[in-house]
Design a protein around this ligand. Structure first.
Ligand code: HEM
Length: 494
């Protein structure tokens, strides 16, 4: 039997049906209003952007996709190089209808952007990895940069060279096992594991057999995260947090982040416990070199403030992400360039052999590294947001917005481009593989050291030649990679 209340509220069920349908109608109207409002907002945004970029001519664009179709993987570098020829200063690049970058091709424009416009990070999409140096902005970035800079001092980096050399030797031993008469070896994956190994040892003395363990979950997660960040950047729909976190890719990303964070938290907790007694630091120094984590834990500003646990975790993770793929890319392309040019390979080998004697500089090798970084920049594009309006040399201006700089490269490998006499008259913003200005790469000396160590040990053990059947296909991911890997023939030197 119906209660009095039920009878009053809903004598025949008709009222309830009516109320439900009214509610649905109301919701539909609200949703429609939101969609219309959003559409109007986007329309105005597009009109505003079109107005701002009116004085910056650029390649023809599709009203919906913008230039996205021309930025697909393999075509991206080809198209951007041809755009650079047609628009030698700068030009807009549209990612869809509502997002536009100013693509910079000229050193004077790069200079204006790097030093004159208070750049802030546009890496919000990777921020779940941790709010480290790469992502931070404002006073917090400044505080971290000041605390971390001493950790990258030349003298601090010196002992890492031994760590790097150990990692490189493990990789070369593996290559020796892989050499066969006819088959080339795919190097990129090995080099990636090696740089991850060396950065993890340098960052927090992580010890495990990671280059030879095929089922190391932690390493796999770190590798996956780099790939997933790139996939997200490439998928405009996934730029929206809600959509991304609900997608299977977003859930996988979160799971990998949780695992990596959990591991880092454990390492930091244990190290903090260990370092409670200040004398332990001296003891460690006697036993082994200080790693980044030791340095970060003891870093204090003038008020005696250090980094919180969360900050520490973010910084160590940032070093791993910013440092391993980029350096792997640099080393792999360097080996490829020298395989293509046996005359330069031989000159480097001779220089390295002399270093084992009494020589102490790697001038020619450094020139080959720079030339590789120019032709195959590991970070082919840098995207940063203008924190303040910028005025270029020709008087054109841009308000706060997004900017992207791409390194325009010539196609001939010629290390002598970087000899002192040939470098003398060059614009200081013409070659910027590690960016420039206050937000330049903090790890550049670390990376240069690692490239030299890897090249030296490789050239002393192997002669390199290309595999003409498998030429690499450049694709810009988080770092510049090759779609089909980098295949070289290795011949063991006696
Ligand atoms: C060949 C190797 C490398 C290249 C080409 C490279 C390139 C770059 C570039 C172009 C930037 C500027 C990015 C931007 O403004 O958006 C940058 C920033 C950064 N790099 Fe590197 N990098 C390399 C290796 C490393 C290594 C080994 C580490 C750490 C151990 C590292 C740590 C960082 C950090 C923390 C930043 C952010 C700096 C800041 O915003 O204050 N990088 N790198």
């Amino acid at each position: 039997m119906k209660s009095v209340l039920e009878t009053v509220m809903n004598p025949s069920g008709v009222w309830l049906n009516g109320a439900v349908s009214q509610m649905f109608q109301l919701m539909a109207v609200v949703c429609l209003a939101c969609v219309v409002l959003k559409a109007i907002q986007l329309y105005w945004r597009r009109q505003k952007l079109l107005k701002i970029f009116k004085s910056f001519p650029g390649p023809p664009t599709h009203w919906l996709y913008g230039h996205l179709q021309m930025l697909q993987q393999e075509d991206e570098l080809y198209n951007t190089a041809s755009w650079a020829q047609k628009y030698p200063h700068c030009h807009p690049v549209w990612l869809g209808s509502f997002l536009v970058f100013l693509w910079i091709n000229h050193p004077e424009y790069a200079k204006a952007v790097y030093i004159g416009s208070d750049l802030t990070s546009s890496f919000a999409l990777c921020s779940s990895i941790g709010q480290g140096l790469l992502i931070l902005n404002g006073p917090k970035w400044f505080q971290h940069r000041r605390l971390l800079t001493p950790g990258f001092h030349y003298d601090i980096l010196k002992p890492y060279v031994t760590v790097m050399a150990d990692s490189v030797r493990v990789m070369l031993d593996k290559w020796e096992q892989l050499i066969t008469q006819d088959n080339s070896v795919e190097l990129f994956e090995h080099v990636s594991l090696m740089t991850l190994d060396s950065i993890m040892k340098s960052a927090f003395s992580y010890q495990s057999n990671r280059q030879t363990d095929s089922d190391n979950l932690y390493i796999q997660m770190v590798n996956d995260l780099s790939l997933m960040v790139h996939l997200r950047v490439q998928t405009p729909l996934h730029h929206n947090n809600l959509i991304y976190w609900l997608s299977s890719q977003g859930r996988r990303f979160r799971k990998a982040c949780r695992l990596v964070h959990h591991h880092m938290d454990k390492v930091i907790r244990e190290r903090k416990e260990f370092l409670k007694d200040e004398r332990q630091l001296e003891k460690i120094q006697r036993r082994r070199h200080l790693d980044f984590l030791d340095i970060l834990l003891s870093a204090k500003d003038e008020n005696g403030a250090g980094l919180s646990d969360e900050d520490l975790r973010a910084e160590v993770s940032t070093f791993m992400f910013a440092g391993h793929d980029t350096t792997a890319s640099g080393i792999s392309w360097l080996l490829y360039c020298l395989a293509l040019h046996p005359e330069h390979q031989q000159r480097c080998r001779e220089e390295i052999t002399e270093i084992l004697g009494d020589r102490d500089t790697m001038t020619y090798t450094t020139m080959c590294i720079k030339e590789t970084l120019r032709l195959y920049p590991p970070v082919p594009a840098v995207a940063r947001e203008l924190g303040a309006p910028v005025t270029f040399v020709d008087g054109r201006t841009l308000p706060k917005g997004l900017t992207m700089c791409l390194y325009y490269s010539l196609q001939v490998f010629d290390p002598l481009r970087f000899s002192p006499e040939n470098s003398a008259g060059r614009h200081s913003y013409a070659f910027l593989p590690f960016a420039a200005g206050p937000r330049n790469c903090i790890g550049q000396q670390f990376a240069m050291n690692e490239m030299k160590v890897a090249l030296a040990l490789t050239l002393l053990r192997f002669e390199l030649s290309p595999d003409p059947a498998k030429p690499p296909i450049k694709i810009p991911q988080a770092a510049l990679r090759s779609k089909n890997g980098i295949h070289l023939h290795l011949k063991k030197l006696q």
